[in-house]
Design a protein around this ligand. Sequence first.
Ligand SMILES: Nc1ncnc2c1ncn2[C@@H]1O[C@H](COP(=O)(O)OP(=O)(O)O)[C@@H](O)[C@H]1O
Ligand SMILES: [Mg+2]
Length: 304
Amino acid sequence: MKAVDVENLTVRFGPFTAVDGLSFDVAPGEIFGFLGANGAGKTTTIRVLTGLLAPTSGTVRVAGLTFDDGGRAIKSRVGYMSQRFTLYNDLSVSENLSFAAGLRKIPPSISVERTERLLNFVKFDQPLTTLVRNLPGGLKQEVSLVAALLHDPEIVFLDEPTAGVSPSVRARFWALIRALAKEGKTIFVSTHYMDEAEECGRIALMRAGRIIALDTPAELKTQAFPERMVEIQWTHTVPEGWREALLSGAASSVVPYGLHHHVLLKDVGAWDRFVSAQSGRLAARDIRPSLEDVFIRLVEGAER
Ligand SMILES: Nc1ncnc2c1ncn2[C@@H]1O[C@H](COP(=O)(O)OP(=O)(O)O)[C@@H](O)[C@H]1O
Ligand SMILES: [Mg+2]
């Protein structure tokens, strides 16, 4: 069974189409990334998949359950860490967590032990009587994650969980995400950080309500850049007209990149001849495109 199975999902707000015919599925235990700029439709999709928003059309199954009952059954099987901050600032950490357990109708006999285990899991090290308003941003996110996990959901939706926190907090948070996946939970996470997308098993690139590409990070790179990419640097004098020479045979593009240039090869034989002719004056090494390169190329392709 799929953890998430979506066919032709469309969500309209009045005349505006926010999600436009999405089809994809997520396997149990996968870390599935949803990558896209603001307004791409990530949150709207997640609200449907967490049972909060009725789709305009299309078929949605989450943990094998449909939306037919208005999303009630789905809600009980998924955890959701919303993009908006959802804790109460004026309540303490423990008050927030008991409140969240109460909303989920988890009996204290279970919630007390589970809260403790989850706080250990995120390595929460502040007094539980601390008011949430006095926690640093990263710790608030951790408490939100604990709240989303209290009912032990099998699928966890994290909507930009690391937006606005420091790189070191982001790294810690991703260690938690990997640990959850290792426990067998399915993780559905949205982000607009490219480096985070590299951590996902598969990613869907969203743009204007559509998925413009979906695959593993490695496969997306190979598909978007089937050509070899080489990084070059002139080590002695720079020969005049070298760029034009490359572009007239060996390369389809030459892009400055700091002190280097990134060269996309179109004729490997011509490239080899170019390198031998420049022997000793040119340092060159094969490089892999980043996901950022992939995203830019795919978006350019979609706009053409
Ligand atoms: N309740 C709503 N009513 C009208 N428009 C909405 C509503 N929710 C979202 N939108 C619009 O739908 C588009 C997608 O939004 P959203 O799913 O929040 O994108 P993302 O999470 O990728 O930033 C945006 O243009 C947003 O303004
Ligand atoms: Mg959003």
